[in-house]
Design a protein around this ligand. Structure first.
Ligand SMILES: *Cc1c(COP(=O)(O)O)cnc(C)c1O
Length: 384
């Protein structure tokens, strides 16, 4: 039987042609294709600035630096995320803490956030940045988090690595609510550049900081220099930056993929709707549906309910041996050995831990066929 992967990129001839044409062009990296991709991404997300970088981990790192995270600053994120959502604070010398999830959305709970802010305010230890994650592509409670940000003075850095194409209250993710929003273009994500990421923001000062930081902190703009008339060769380093540039090869792939975002999203929505129908009545908790937001459907995660016949490990192994590429997203970050050595311990964020104990991500990708989906459903039905 053919193997069904849990995710698979959708590469078309147009993508191949776009990449090949860059290989024949004068610029291979950080040239006109990067600018064109940034402009196309910003337009599609109804936001004035999009800064492209080498991957979303770099994007999170730079956004933390640009938002002022440094030694002594506190950053909070969701424990139900990929490691990078928390590591970015530590790269800057900041301290990390977590806010437990809402079990129905699997996203950071706005109620837990509000309660933790009250306690932190009393201790004089408020976060500088909060990083909500749009888990599986479902937007976080952005309006509630925005009003808490305005009240307590923290910045919102949204990790929308799963959420390209998602929308919240009829606005594309990345267009508002957050101070900066990060997207990933890793091969398993919604739109791919193989490796790549972007930060969107409304703030032109923040966008310019990100541009400087991604390329060594160097500027060739006389307005930003200490010395003005040195000569045409002249550049200045004004801040400590990195080499986090995206290549033109990748940007061309990204722009070509972005042109098909609506069609790829529609295919994911149709498959998710079909999973909902086919899995109804089984002892599974299905993904939440909320009237005010549309998921990008990066992942379709089911949780086994207590009535399920077999354990999560048995169901997982059964699906894998049937050639079905299931996965688990995510092992809570705070129980990783590295984070335990920082002082975190199991039991601290029980909703994320309980969710993790029962979760399985089913295959979902734009080119998945109904036959493949039927195979997943019948294998799962047999096991639960
Ligand atoms: C994939 C992912 C990242 C990191 O993305 P890269 O582009 O691989 O660096 C960060 N956060 C979340 C939630 C992710 O899923």
């Amino acid at each position: 039987m053919d193997h069904i992967p849990y995710s698979c990129q959708a590469i078309e001839q147009a993508d191949i042609d776009a990449v090949v044409s860059v290989l024949r062009a004068p610029f291979l990296t950080q040239g006109p294709e990067v600018v064109a991709f940034e402009q196309a991404f910003a337009r599609a997300h109804q936001v004035p600035h999009a800064v492209a970088v080498s991957n979303a981990t770099a994007a999170l790192h730079l956004a933390c630096v640009a938002l002022g995270v440094g030694p002594g600053s506190l950053v909070w994120t969701s424990p139900n995320s990929f490691l990078a959502s928390a590591n970015c604070a530590l790269y800057c010398g900041g301290d990390i803490d977590f806010v437990d999830i809402d079990p129905s959305t699997r996203n950071m709970s706005a109620a837990h956030l509000a309660a933790k802010l009250v306690a932190a305010d009393r201790l004089g230890r408020l976060p500088h940045v909060v990083i909500p994650v749009d888990f599986a592509g479902l937007p976080a409670d952005l309006a509630e988090i925005r009003s808490l940000a305005d009240r307590y003075g923290f910045k919102i850095l949204e990790d929308a690595s799963h959420a390209t194409g998602a929308s919240y209250r009829h606005n594309p993710i990345g267009s508002g609510f957050a101070d900066a929003t990060v997207f990933s273009f890793h091969a398993v994500k919604i739109v791919t550049t193989a490796e790549g990421g972007v930060v969107t923001t409304h703030d032109p000062v923040l966008a310019r900081k990100l541009e400087l930081l991604r390329s060594h902190g160097m500027t060739r703009n006389p307005d930003e220099m200490d010395v003005k008339d040195e000569g045409a060769w002249y550049y200045e380093q004004q801040v400590l930056g990195f080499n986090y540039r995206l290549t033109d090869i990748q940007a061309a792939l990204g722009r070509s993929q972005l042109a098909r975002l609506d069609a790829m999203h529609a295919a994911r929505v149709a498959l998710a709707d079909r999973y909902d129908r086919l899995l109804e009545g089984l002892p599974l908790r299905l993904p939440a549906r909320l009237a005010d937001r549309i998921s990008a459907w990066h992942l379709y995660v089911v949780e086994l309910l207590p009535e399920a016949r077999l354990s999560r490990a048995e169901v997982f192994a059964g699906l894998r041996s049937a050639g079905i590429g299931v996965n688990v997203h995510y092992i809570p970050i705070h129980i990783q050995p590295y984070y335990r050595r920082l002082g975190f311990a199991p039991g601290q964020f029980p909703h994320a831990e309980n969710y993790y104990a029962h979760a399985i991500s089913l295959p979902l990708f734009p080119k998945m066929t109904e036959d493949q989906q039927d195979r997943v459903v019948s294998a799962l039905r047999g096991l639960v």
